[in-house]
Structures are given as structure tokens and as C-alpha cells.
Design a protein around this ligand. Structure first.
Ligand SMILES: [Zn+2]
Length: 205
């Protein structure tokens, strides 16, 4: 096969390791082994074929993601104000056996479910919001997303300011208990009824 760049050179394939810009979980550079690299003897162009590039992309994505362990899942679940594993699975629209399987180590949550677990276990607001979606049959209600409601004409802050302002407010509301009171006074129509203390303390290991 001739080189697609210079149209004359012979293509040589060889396997090389490729250092990504990411870190492995031990802090070392994340290096992909055995990446199939094509190069041309004449023009010295090098490239990776599309299929190989896709494989490498998947490998990197998988290596960068460390799912919650079975013990961590169990601790998160037990901290939530839900009775059974099945009830929680239903609340999260998962297979009813999901927690049984995860906690026994038969399989592990995919990235989306792992993220969902981290989010609902992070604050009572997040947890209650998921519950409220069930209550209204997942009807989309813009008032749940108060930062969508800005009226640009009445606002004297720019869109860019608003974006960063609303983003930090969202962080304040959902992720930081300490700033909650302050955030609520900014958004009078957004009331938070529950508190962090509704979460059960994890059992001592
Ligand atoms: Zn070439």
C-alpha cells in the first residue's frame, strides 16, 4: 500500500506507547501501550488509523474512570433515607437488582450511574429533586431550573456575568451546605425545606 500523503512511499506499521496528557490513579502519566502507528518511509508522515484511534480513545476513557467500589456504594446507599435496595433502584430508574449486583461485585455501575449515585448522595437537595421528578412523572418544569429564568432586559448584569454568577449559585445551593442560607436569600422563590441532617450517618466500618 502507498502512502496517502505523498502517494509514493511505503507504509510501515509499528506499535508504540502513547503518553496521554492525563494522570493514572497512582499519579504517573497515563500511557497507552501498543498503539498501532502508521508511518511513511519517504515523507516521514505518521498517523493513526481511525479504528485504532477509536480504540485508544475508549481505552483512555475507561482508564480515567474509577467507578465507586462495592463498599463505597453500600455506604452511600445506607446513608440515604430509603428503605430497601429495590426502592432506591426504582427511584433511580435502575434495574431492581442493580444494588444487589453492585454491592456483591457481580458488576459495577457504568459512568452515568456512578455519577448519579455520587450526586444524590452528595446532598439532600439532589436526592429530593430526583424524588420530586418521580412525583410529577418527570414533567419538565422550568421553575426547577431557576437559573433559566433570567430576564435579560431587566437584568443589569451581562450574560457572561450571569452565567458565572448562576453557576456559582448552583454550586452554592447544591454542593455547599454552609452557603445555603445566603443563596436562598438571593433566590427567594427557591426554598429549601430539608436539611443535611436528614441523611443517616454511615455505619462505622
Ligand atoms: Zn508519504
Amino acid at each position: 500500500m502507498k502512502c496517502p500523503i505523498c502517494n509514493s512511499g511505503k507504509i510501515v506499521s509499528q506499535k508504540e506507547s502513547f503518553t496521554t496528557p492525563y494522570k493514572a490513579s497512582n499519579g504517573d502519566d497515563l500511557v497507552v501501550p501498543n498503539v498501532l502507528v502508521q508511518s511513511c518511509k519517504d515523507c516521514e508522515e505518521t498517523w493513526i488509523e481511525a479504528a485504532e484511534s477509536k480504540r485508544v480513545g475508549k481505552w483512555i476513557a475507561k482508564e480515567r474512570f474509577t467507578p465507586l467500589s462495592r463498599e463505597e456504594i453500600k455506604r452511600l446507599r445506607e446513608s440515604l433515607p430509603v428503605g430497601t435496595k429495590t426502592e432506591l433502584a426504582e427511584l433511580l430508574c435502575l434495574n431492581e437488582k442493580a444494588f444487589v449486583k453492585w454491592e456483591k461485585g457481580y458488576n459495577e455501575p457504568n459512568k452515568a450511574n456512578d455519577l448519579l449515585l455520587r450526586l444524590i448522595a452528595r446532598s439532600r437537595d439532589n436526592f429530593d429533586f430526583v424524588k420530586s421528578l418521580h412525583k410529577k412523572n418527570f414533567k419538565f418544569d422550568a421553575s426547577d431550573y431557576f437559573w433559566l429564568q433570567v430576564n435579560e432586559e431587566e437584568s443589569d448584569i451581562s450574560s457572561a456575568d450571569y452565567l458565572s454568577y448562576s453557576y456559582s449559585s448552583v454550586e452554592g445551593t447544591f454542593l455547599s451546605v454552609d452557603s445555603r442560607v445566603q443563596v436562598d436569600s438571593v433566590y427567594d422563590d427557591y426554598s429549601v425545606e430539608s436539611s443535611e441532617s436528614d441523611f443517616k450517618q454511615p455505619k462505622a466500618a
